[in-house]
Each structure stands twice: as C-alpha cells, then as structure tokens.
Design a protein around this ligand. Sequence first.
Ligand SMILES: Nc1ncnc2c1ncn2[C@@H]1O[C@H](COP(=O)(O)OP(=O)(O)O)[C@@H](O)[C@H]1O
Ligand SMILES: [Mg+2]
Length: 330
Amino acid sequence: MSFLEIKNITKRFDKQTALSNVSANIEKGELVCILGPSGCGKTTLLRIIAGLENANSGKIIIDGKDCTSLPASERNFGIVFQSYALFPNMTVLQNILFGLQQKKSLSKADMLDKATEVLRLVDLTEHTNKYPRQLSGGQQQRTALARAIALSPSYLLLDEPLSALDAKVRARLRGEIRAIQRSLGITTIMVTHDQEEALTMSDRIIVMNNAVVEQVGTPRSIYDNPATPFVANFIGSMNFYKSGGEICAIRPEKLIPVERHEAYDIAAAVKALEFKGALTRIYAVLPEMDEIYVDIISDRADALGLHEGALLFLKAPAEYQIKYSAKAAV
Ligand SMILES: Nc1ncnc2c1ncn2[C@@H]1O[C@H](COP(=O)(O)OP(=O)(O)O)[C@@H](O)[C@H]1O
Ligand SMILES: [Mg+2]
C-alpha cells in the first residue's frame, strides 16, 4: 500500500477543468515532483492533497485512510509556498514558535528546544533573532521550511518553493532541501515548472499537461523513455523528424557526427553553431526541412571543422530512437 493514493481526481472551476481523472501513488519517504507548464493543474492538485480545496470527484487516501473530505486542519502536513509568507514583525525564532504554539501539548521549553533544533537543521542558528527583511530570499525560504517541519508533520507539501530565488541560490537550495528531506525521511510532494529542478531533486516525477497526468516515473526512466511527445519535449531537449508514417525522436546528445566516408543514417546541412562551453550545439536542416540539433563535446566540433553550410553526417543509433504514432501531436 502506498503512503498517499491520488485516485481519479477531477476538479472543475466553473467551466474550466483544472484536473481530469488524475491518479498517482506516492510512497513513504519519497520526494515526488509534480512537474508541468503553468496552468496545467499542479497547485490545484497540491491543494486537494492538503485539503485546502475539494475535488468534484475522486479520492485522496493517506496512510490507508480515506481523507477525501477531511479538512486541512485535520491533516498532518507542513507546507511551503513560493512567497515565504513569514510574519514581518516577528523574528525568525518567533516565526517558528508561532507555528509550534498550535500544538498545545508542548511546554515552552519543549517549543524552544524544537525551534532550536529545526533552525540548526536549516542552518539558520546565527540568524535566529533577525527579522525577515534582514534575511536573503534563500534564508527566508529556509525559515519557511523550518516552520513547516517544526511540527514533525507526516508529509511535506512544497509549491514552487524556489521559483522566487535567483539561479545560484536556487541551485544550492535544491541540494539543501533534498538533504534535509532525506535526513528526516519525510514524504514530500513538490510542485515545480522547472524540469531541471524536478530531474535533480526527485525520486519520481509526475508529469502533467492540460489537467492530465502524462507520465509518472523516475527522472531517468522519463528522460530515457518519454511516454508522449509532450514529455519528450518538456523534459530535456528532443529532436523530432518524420520517417515513414511515424514520428521519430532522438536526444541531441545521442546523434553521433561521423566522417563522410563512414556509414551514416542522416545527412543534414549545418545552419549554425552555438558554443556553450563544454558542449557545442549544432543546428542543422534535413532534406525535408525538418530542423535538428546535435550536442557534442566542443573539442570534437573543432576537430570536425564544422561551419555554416557544411554537410553533417550523423549516426542515429536505433537503441536511442523513440517512435511515436503520427497522431500524437508534438
Ligand atoms: N480558484 C480558482 N478559480 C478559478 N479557476 C482556477 C482557480 N484556481 C485555479 N484555476 C484554474 O485552474 C487551472 C489550473 O491552475 P493551477 O492549478 O493553479 O495551475 P498550475 O499550478 O499548474 O500553474 C488554471 O487554468 C487556473 O486558471
Ligand atoms: Mg501553481
């Protein structure tokens, strides 16, 4: 039995369908990302898991118990939003203590112990007495995380917790959140529209588009075997080209440039080269005018002497080709 079962959830707002028959299971101790473009229903699904929103149909089973109609106040979760939602007139410590006061059974001394412990866990011990405005965005979000875990919830819900932060802080916090989640072993569901964030942080990913689940799987399995052209395109980069009645797909790093006299699968004309540091991306055009791109080690690109207008010969290894029926829209 899974820790959390999302069963056939449908949610409509007026005529807008935000979730259409969404199902997924989440195991105890996992970090699962709900990934998809803006407006696909991620936040709505998270709010239904929290009990902050009611579904039109379907069930939410938590730890074997049907929680579908259970109000949020009776579900034992911690939550962090994109906006830090800290009280500006309270210090870091007071913000944490405020949350802990909900638990009436704790003595003052216990509360202080618990707050000290979670502040150490998120590495904010030296900022305990600062006000939110005296903290960086990353520190504010770590305070929000500390507040969410202080009550030892049985699961953690994170809605785009890193989106408001700049790239460097975001990358560091990914690792920090993951490390804290692992050390606590707390089941965590995180919403993100950032595929790299989902790939780097998750045990498994639920990929959504237009109110439906497109695929559920580990980052690796989704990257290697995207179930639909949407998933193939949304996660990483993907080339699509027509061959017979099918749509073929292959990742840009799986195409292998070869010398003219060697066996090749695809010939294309180089349109542009983009130096990206370790890798160079080659943009090229196939005879049928489909565009493809190829990522290769920059030194190899130099050795091939590629330039705009040059012919590029490529091997497309069969084991890396993915086929979709022509009906599946890209
Ligand atoms: N309270 C609401 N009232 C009306 N429409 C809503 C409400 N919340 C969400 N929606 C609509 O439901 C769809 C999914 O929204 P949301 O779950 O917030 O998407 P995401 O988090 O993936 O960006 C959107 O089209 C959004 O406009
Ligand atoms: Mg959202």
